[in-house]
Design a protein around this ligand. Structure first.
Ligand SMILES: [Zn+2]
Length: 279
C-alpha cells in the first residue's frame, strides 16, 4: 500500500531564518519563490499545507489567495517568525490574533487548524504555547523535531509518529488532549536518527540517499517533508555569514526545487489536515 506523506511549505521570506542573525534587507521575494512551488505542485496535482508567516500574508494578500484557491491548506507559521523562546505567552497570543485577523481580512472566515513554530521552537520550555493554540481553536501542531542535533532545536525522546500531545509534557502522548502533533520523523539507522525530510537536510543529501532513506521511513510511517520557498529560489540573496551558517543557509539552493520535484515523482503527498483525518 502506498503511504501518503505530509507536505509542509513554510511560507516565509528569505530573511526570516534565525541563522541570518536578524539581518533584514528590505527585499521581498516570497511571491515569486512561492509561485514556483505552487506551479510545481499543480503539475503533480498535489496539495500541501502552507504554513504562512503573518507578515508575508499582510504584505502579499494575493499570494494567500493563490495558495487557498489552488486547494492547499492554510496554516500558521507565526506572525513575525519569532521563535517561541523569544516570546511570552501574551506576545504569542498577540501574534496569533494578528495572524488570524490578517488572514480573515484576505480570505474571510476560514478554519486554521495547524500551527508550525518558527525554528521548531516548541519544546518543554515553551509548552505554554499549546494551551494558547487550543484557545485559538487549533487542531494540530507540526513543530516537534524529535532529534537533538542542532543547538537551536530538537526534543529528544519525543514520539516519531503523529500523536495526541500532552499539554504538560510535549514528549508524552495524552489520548484526551485536544491537539494532535505531527512530528518530523528522522531516518532511523541502527542507533542513529538522521533528519532527512526537508530544509538543509534535503539540500545536503544526494537524490539517491533521499529516495532510499524516505522509502525506509515509509516502511513504518508517513514522513513530513518541509520546504521553504526561498530554498528553491535561485535569486535568494546570499548574506555574509559564518562558514557554518552560510553552509546551512545556502548549500544546495540550485538543486532544491529539482529535489522537491524528484520526491513528488517518487512519493505521494497530501495536506497535513488530510493525513490527520481532520477534514
Ligand atoms: Zn520558518
Amino acid at each position: 500500500m502506498t503511504v501518503i506523506n505530509a507536505l509542509a511549505i513554510d511560507t516565509e521570506e528569505w530573511f526570516h531564518s534565525e541563522l541570518l542573525g536578524g539581518q533584514r534587507p528590505p527585499l521581498f521575494q516570497a511571491p515569486e519563490a512561492t509561485q514556483q512551488v505552487l506551479d510545481l505542485l499543480d503539475r503533480y496535482q498535489t496539495k500541501g499545507t502552507f504554513f504562512i508567516v503573518g507578515e508575508v500574508a499582510e504584505r502579499h494578500p494575493d499570494l494567500v489567495r493563490a495558495i487557498f484557491e489552488r486547494g492547499h491548506e492554510i496554516g500558521c507559521h507565526g506572525f513575525s517568525h519569532q521563535p517561541l523562546w523569544k516570546l511570552s505567552e501574551d506576545l504569542f497570543r498577540e501574534e496569533l490574533k494578528r495572524f488570524h485577523s490578517t488572514v480573515e481580512g484576505i480570505l474571510g472566515k476560514v478554519s486554521i487548524k495547524g500551527f508550525r513554530a518558527p525554528c521548531f521552537s516548541l519544546d518543554n520550555r515553551t509548552k505554554w504555547a499549546l494551551e494558547v493554540l487550543v484557545d485559538f481553536g487549533y487542531r494540530y501542531d507540526a513543530s516537534i523535531f524529535p532529534v537533538r542535533l542542532n543547538p537551536l532545536y530538537g526534543v529528544r525522546g519525543a514520539p516519531m509518529q503523529p500523536y495526541r500531545i500532552s499539554l504538560e509534557d510535549v514528549r508524552k502522548e495524552d489520548p484526551t488532549s485536544p491537539l494532535m502533533e505531527f512530528p518530523n520523523p528522522p531516518l532511523r539507522l541502527w542507533r542513529l536518527k538522521i533528519p532527512i525530510a526537508g530544509g538543509f537536510y534535503l539540500r545536503m543529501f544526494p537524490f539517491s540517499f533521499l529516495l532510499w532513506g524516505l522509502r525506509r521511513i515509509n516502511r513504518k510511517q508517513p514522513f513530513l517533508l518541509y520546504f521553504h520557498p526561498w530554498e528553491g529560489y535561485a535569486e535568494t540573496p546570499r548574506l555574509k555569514l559564518s562558514f557554518t551558517n552560510r553552509l546551512i543557509s545556502y548549500y544546495g539552493i540550485h538543486s532544491a526545487l529539482k529535489k522537491l520535484e524528484f520526491l513528488l515523482n517518487h512519493f505521494k503527498f497530501a495536506r497535513v489536515d488530510q493525513i490527520l483525518g481532520l477534514i
